[in-house]
Write a protein that binds this ligand. Structure first.
Ligand SMILES: O=C(O)CCC(=O)C(=O)O
Length: 381
């Protein structure tokens, strides 16, 4: 029923012509409950750790072809891990029915490289792509909740041409949007339902919507989560949102001090023809279904944008309309070092590189000297 192996990553092709290490090895070396990481350096450090573990297990049942195989962080990966076409045709892998090892692998992988997801408590969670992770949740909202939000948004008079990054769109987007902090939609019950369910799905933001700074942009290094204000967008027949990424380019994320970490897009109506959300690089198209949420991760745990999540809102056919609500979950970017700190770090790295080049005996002698000096210094305390 499932892909060739029971592991979430079994189908990653590291390099089409010379597959170096099965992703099974990589994923199995990840602790499922590893906390989300907040810096590229740490992530890469863990990559090294994973590599060592892979090598250490070379005599186990893990296929290793090249022990120099290196962990490539998600934002640098040019590879995908897909489910089988027939699984995709069936609407994705219903995670609750997947073998336990598959579920555990996928859940651990999410938490390690993207963010923790309460996968097992979500009966309608269907995996559409493994890496980068894309999944849907059936009945995320009830039909009545969807209808109520559509009606209120329609009647609010607040739907305006959607903007991109604050600038007027230049034909990249022709939909209309209303933010759910305006036009009487501030405390719409469906807005609250979306927030609560997103909080349940993504434990990192549990309880966030009740906090006074839930919608305040976090600052770099604050180690904080926030929601962007949820929106409702409306597409009339023929309207679209061309290919784009939700993650901010790194320089913008650094300027802002935060990055979009998860997109939770809820379809508020069924669209019979057109209007799919299409992931060009992944070969996935999601057809809007009332109440279904589409979830993906525009950036990694290290706040690095994942270009593989490029997507398009394809035009609904003439005579059809589409309503969606978008929620972005953001986190502060890792602390940005000052120029002095950066210089210090570079100096230290250069010194370490020089030290590593010294003959072993000399390094030992130096270490001995240092221990002596430390001991002497400690005595004086
Ligand atoms: O409407 C859709 O299907 C996608 C919307 C979207 O990509 C966005 O609002 O960023």
């Amino acid at each position: 029923m499932f892909a060739a192996s029971n592991t979430a990553h079994a189908r990653v092709v590291v390099n089409a012509s010379s597959t170096r290490v099965t992703s099974r090895a990589r994923v199995s070396s990840v602790r499922p409950n590893a906390r989300a990481l907040d810096g590229v350096a740490r992530l890469q450090g863990l990559g090294q750790l994973c590599r060592r573990r892979i090598v250490a297990r070379a005599d186990a049942d893990v296929e290793i072809e090249d022990e120099k195989a290196k962990f490539v962080p998600a934002h640098e990966r040019k590879t995908l891990s897909k489910i089988l076409p027939e699984q995709l045709n069936e609407g994705g892998v219903l995670l609750k029915d997947a073998p336990e090892q598959w579920r555990t692998s996928f859940t651990g992988f999410l938490g390690f490289e993207f963010m923790g997801v309460r996968t097992t408590e979500m009966p309608g969670l269907r995996v559409l792509n493994i890496d980068p992770p894309v999944f849907t949740v059936d009945d995320f909202l009830g039909a009545k909740e969807c209808d109520a939000l559509v009606e209120s948004a329609r009647e609010s008079g607040g739907l305006k041409m959607s903007a991109i990054g604050g600038a007027d769109n230049e034909n990249i987007r022709t939909s209309r949007t209303v933010a759910l902090n305006s036009h009487g939609l501030e405390s719409h019950p469906t807005k609250n339902a979306i927030l609560k369910r997103a909080e349940y799905l993504l434990p990192a933001v549990e309880g966030l919507s009740g906090k006074p700074d839930a919608f305040t942009a976090p600052k770099a290094g604050e180690s904080k989560w926030a929601f962007e204000l949820p929106q409702v967008a409306h597409y009339s027949g023929g309207e679209y949102f061309k290919a784009h990424e939700d993650g901010f380019p790194l320089s913008i994320a650094v300027d802002k001090g935060y990055q979009r970490r998860a997109t939770v897009l809820v379809y508020l109506n069924d669209v019979e023809k057109g209007g799919s959300t299409k992931f060009e690089h992944l070969g996935i198209e999601v057809q809007p279904k009332k109440g279904k949420a589409l979830v993906f991760f525009p950036s990694t745990a290290a706040c690095m944008p994942d270009a593989r999540t490029l997507h398009t809102a394809t035009p609904a056919d003439e005579g059809h309309e589409k309503w969606v609500s978008q929620l972005w979950v953001a986190s502060s970017t890792p602390p940005v070092p000052t120029p002095e700190e950066l210089e210090e770090e570079l100096k230290e790295k250069a010194a370490q590189a020089e030290y590593a080049k010294l003959p072993r005996a000399q390094r030992r002698a130096m270490e001995k000297e240092k221990r002596k000096a430390d001991k002497k210094a400690n005595k004086g305390k």
